[in-house]
Ligand binder design. Structure first.
Ligand code: UDP
Length: 313
């Protein structure tokens, strides 16, 4: 039994991680400010004696009165509608001050710490698919920069704590992920399309819909995050984690309409600034080092996600 702290534990991916690690017999301390997360996501484990929720914003230092073995950092608003605009400066603070505070906690506890970075570090990629050695093409002053540059700096801070302070780090770069516990108000393409289809509303494609994304079902993602945390000493990553299946937004909209039997129509709206044209992970490193590849194809994951949203909206 390990004592594991999960920052961002009431969020979409964090809540799945909390449940899985509690179910496996660990003590889990979930830290969240519930800005985008919700206690509803951890309802199945909230009364488990091995689960503890602490309402706290990691922008402020935190001290925990238990010895911690592992720390997972999933705390950042990750959806454009939640990280941009009024939230932009707060997003940067979470990505930077929050990361410092968690690394200090790891150092004090001699704990291993995993950073969930993002495919956004590649920006508008000029290499396709993206390998970990690709250094990206990010607009440092664009509306996505608070998140993209915040996450890039997060990786830098992790590696400096590793080199300079000897902290045991792991870094993963998460590509688009979907599944149960997504926030219906999150503005993400999968949640938007499914909610719109279920309500019979127009399906909103931004731009001409030829942009691509690669969608990983959350159970596959949680599996590889845990494998990375427990990977061999000295293997820091960064490692791309995601599903290499690549789809245009038009293909996704058509699939969702067909699978929900919806009468919704597709409408086209302006493409937000700096919206990446294409994105697909090269997951060779995750396969080699972690023996992992995603098992749940998009159609199967969409069925599960549609069923979740039927009960959630
Ligand atoms: N998108 C869309 N309609 C929506 C929401 C998003 O066409 O209602 C597009 C968005 O412009 C982007 C893609 O879907 O090209 C993925 O958007 P999301 O916010 O889910 O993820 P990210 O852009 O962060 O990869």
């Amino acid at each position: 039994m390990k004592t594991i702290l999960i920052a961002g534990g009431t969020g979409f991916i964090g809540s799945h991680l909390c449940k899985r690690l509690v179910d496996e017999g660990n003590r889990v301390i979930c830290v969240d400010n519930n800005y985008t997360g919700t206690l509803k996501n951890v309802a199945p484990i909230i009364d488990n004696p091995n689960f503890k929720f602490i309402e706290h914003d990691i922008v402020n230092p935190l001290d925990i009165d238990e010895k911690i073995d592992q720390i997972y950092n999933l705390a950042t608003p990750a959806s454009p509608v939640h990280y941009q605009g009024k939230a932009a400066l707060f997003t940067i603070k979470t990505c930077v001050h929050g990361v410092f505070n968690l690394l200090e906690l790891a150092k004090k506890n001699n704990a291993r710490i995993l950073q969930t970075s993002t495919s956004e570090v590649y920006g508008e990629p000029l290499e396709h698919p993206q390998t970990e050695s690709y250094r990206g093409n990010v607009n440092p002053i664009g509306i996505r920069a608070c998140y993209d540059e915040g996450k890039r700096l997060g990786e830098t801070i992790f590696f400096e704590y590793h080199r300079g302070e000897g902290v045991d780090i792991k870094v993963v770069r998460i590509f688009n992920t979907y599944g149960a516990n997504m926030n219906p108000e999150d503005g993400r393409v999968v949640s938007n399309f499914i909610c719109q289809a279920l309500k019979g509303e127009d399906i909103t494609i931004y731009g001409d819909g030829t942009q691509t994304r690669s969608f990983c079902y959350v159970d596959d993602l949680v599996e590889v995050i845990i494998r990375m945390m427990n990977s061999r000493d000295g293997f820091t990553g960064p490692v791309n984690i995601g599903n290499p299946g690549e789809f245009t937004m038009i293909e996704l909209a058509e699939k969702v309409i067909e699978m929900t039997g919806s009468s919704s129509k597709i409408v086209f709206m302006p493409l937000p600034a700096d919206d990446p044209t294409q994105r697909r992970p090269d997951i060779s490193l995750a396969k080699k080092e972690l023996g992992w590849e995603p098992l749940i194809p998009l159609n199967e994951g969409l069925v599960k996600t549609i069923n979740y949203f039927k009960g959630a909206i």
